[in-house]
Design a protein around this ligand. Structure first.
Ligand SMILES: [Zn+2]
Length: 68
């Protein structure tokens, strides 16, 4: 007599939940994640984005190897 253990497989919730976080991003005023220097986001502002909300200035970007 052996009672087989039921395999509980939890189905992954396939994207129905949308994040309703409306956070105003100040994209025109960000800071370098390394030297905390205020950067200008623009076509040639010198800011290098390496993450969602992470930026490097041109100097730090060159130091860490970004935007080279
Ligand atoms: Zn910097």
């Amino acid at each position: 007599m052996s009672s087989p253990m039921p395999i509980t497989t939890q189905p992954e919730t396939e994207g129905v939940a949308r994040p309703a976080t409306t956070s105003p991003q100040t994209l025109d005023n960000v800071r370098c994640s390394r030297c905390q220097r205020t950067l200008n986001i623009g076509p040639s502002g010198g800011a290098v984005q390496f993450g969602m909300n992470s930026y490097y200035c041109s100097r730090c970007a060159a130091k860490v190897g970004f935007g080279g």
